[in-house]
Design a protein around this ligand. Structure first.
Ligand code: GRG
Length: 303
């Protein structure tokens, strides 16, 4: 039993995020040196080192620490999930996909380097992600590393991100119901967040049940991430327009607020946070603190 005057140690989440993001940025910088051929490496670095919240690598590290692993065990995998995330953004922005001009506050990769280079930079980052995990992970059994690599690969391919993207593309201009919307988001967004957590637990030496508990937590925050994105789209554009109905309530794109109403979408988000936090109750509270705060951070983020 705890002494009467016992209080949980204060966890400084903001400091944790800044510190982890700095270390991830340093590791990413080292992982992609500016070497020959300069054009492709400049293009890879341009998008990879362009900022971003680094939610996925920090989730990976926090999940490794959740089961008692040191940050260094998860760092190669943390870099890999950010490389995959960045390449998916580069390809998503291409003229043949979303045709976007801006990303992370800068011109998109194809605007800065041209389409051919942007496609290749994405391909090279995807390939480097797997090379990096396989070559740089030390002090972890090869069987564990192979399991994590399989987990990451399955989150990306035709049962993961690519599946979400193709269903999203095919649904353009059509009526999308809640179950199809959920399919798109689970695959486009939640799968990589799930792999970040699951691979982090694996790198930290977690048991099979630790992995499955981590997965349940990640599934909640993965969906939460997108519900919040949809809510932000509505509320932000409402603020910008000074109107009550935002851009996405008026546009054709299916979103949670559009399909279930803003209040219900907010309630859905709150339920997902509660569920995510519930999944952490089995773990040591101090070790689970970063993941607890990360769930709240995802729920309350403003961008
Ligand atoms: C993965 C092989 C492969 C191909 C790509 C284009 C594509 C297939 C998939 C699209 C995936 C996509 C762009 C999903 C959206 C994910 C998302 C919520 C992005 C925003 O993430 P944040 O807010 O962004 O974490 P920052 O910039 O902070 O990292």
């Amino acid at each position: 039993t705890k002494p009467k005057n016992y209080t949980l140690p204060v966890f400084r989440f903001d400091e944790y995020m800044v510190m982890k993001a700095k270390r991830v940025n340093r590791a990413l910088e080292e992982a992609v040196p500016l070497q020959h051929p300069a054009k492709i490496h400049e293009s890879m670095r341009y998008s990879l080192l362009a900022g971003g919240k680094r939610v996925r690598p920090i989730l990976c590290i926090a999940s490794c620490e959740l089961v008692g692993g040191d940050e260094s065990l998860a760092m190669p995998m943390a870099c890999a999930v950010e490389m995959v995330h960045t390449m998916s953004l580069i390809h998503d922005d291409l003229p043949c996909m979303d045709d976007d001009d801006l990303r992370r506050g800068k011109p998109t990769n194809h605007k800065a380097f041209g389409e051919e280079t942007a496609v290749l930079a994405g391909d090279a980052l995807l390939s480097l992600a797997f090379e990096h995990v396989a070559a740089k992970t030390i002090n972890i059994s090869p069987a564990r590393v192979v399991r994590a690599i399989a987990e990451l690969a399955s989150a990306i391919g035709s049962e993961g991100l690519v599946a979400g993207q193709i269903v999203d593309i095919c649904s353009e201009g059509k009526q999308v119901d809640l179950s199809e919307l959920e399919y798109i988001h689970v695959h486009k967004t939640a799968k990589l967040l799930e792999a970040s957590v699951v691979c982090g637990v694996m790198m930290g030496g977690g048991s099979v049940s630790d992995v499955e508990r981590g997965r349940k937590y990640a599934r909640c925050i993965g969906l939460l991430f997108q519900v919040v994105d949809d809510i932000l789209d509505v509320t932000k554009s409402s603020e910008e327009l000074g109107k009550t109905a935002g851009k996405d309530l008026a546009s054709d794109k299916a979103t949670y607020p559009k399909l279930m109403g803003l209040d219900q979408a907010r309630k859905f988000a709150a339920d997902l946070v509660d569920q995510a936090i519930e999944e952490l109750s089995y773990f040591d509270a101090a070790k689970a603190a970063p993941l607890y705060h990360l769930a709240n951070y995802i729920a309350n983020r403003q961008n």
